[in-house]
Design a protein around this ligand. Structure first.
Ligand code: ADP
Length: 209
């Protein structure tokens, strides 16, 4: 429900293989643009119960409310989906208060894409990381280059874990894909690595690169 920038990217990523995606948006141009790319695209007002029932939305396993800027429409739509008993309802929130209301309605997964992406980019801007995913508040996976001190040594002998508090979990040689790192893996300059560890430690490690 809602095929703005977020909903559109989500729907296009979901469609394919064995996932059928019904996209709903009230704007004709959006519906026209996406027809042919999703399983079904319908121009409709997602806040209307009879409209959603006609589209058999209540029979879907999962639903995503990707309406952000129209708070009222987001809340009404989410509330209908919950009342249908859909077992997995996701919704995007544009503010903390919006997210709180969605959670109070019983939305199972509330996401804050702009807030979360802002935080993520802050870590990328600050450090020398190529990519970064944080789990909970204090554990992260970081894609970076190996610092000089660990190049040319087998990981088992490099003391990465004891000296830096991080574990190298995967390595990618130029032009190749990622493979698991083992104690015998010898890192080379030009490799890309993925390290796991406490957020601060992983960030500090990437700054040595
Ligand atoms: P984004 O930031 O991802 O672009 P927006 O909130 O700007 O998100 O876009 C939300 C989309 O949801 C728009 O395409 C808009 O037409 C659609 N939308 C808003 N209200 C309704 C509604 N009641 N029913 C269906 N679609 C809606």
């Amino acid at each position: 429900m809602g095929l703005g920038r977020f909903g559109r990217a989500l729907a296009l990523e979901l469609v394919g293989e064995e996932t059928e995606v019904l996209g709903i948006d009230e704007r004709a141009e959006v519906v026209q643009e996406l027809s042919g790319s999703l399983t079904h695209v319908v121009r409709a007002d997602a806040t209307k119960e009879e409209v959603l029932r006609q589209l058999a939305v209540h029979e879907f396993d999962r639903a995503v409310v990707a309406i952000g800027s129209d708070l009222e429409a987001s809340i009404l739509t989410a509330s209908l989906l919950i009342s249908f008993g859909i077992r997995d309802v996701w919704a995007k929130a544009t503010s903390e208060a919006h997210g709180r209301i969605l959670a109070q309605l019983g939305v199972h997964h509330v996401v804050h894409p702009e807030h979360d992406m802002g935080q993520r980019v802050a870590h990328l801007v600050r450090g020398r990381m190529l990519d970064y995913v944080e789990f909970e508040d204090d554990f992260a996976l970081v894609k970076t280059s190996p610092p000089e001190g660990v190049v040319g040594l087998a990981l088992g002998d490099s003391g990465v874990r004891t000296r830096h508090g991080v574990t190298v979990v995967a390595v990618k040689r130029p032009g190749e894909g990622f493979t698991y790192a083992t104690a015998d893996t010898v890192l080379e300059a030009g490799d890309t690595i993925i390290v796991a560890g406490g957020t601060r430690q992983a960030e500090r490690f990437s700054e040595l690169a």
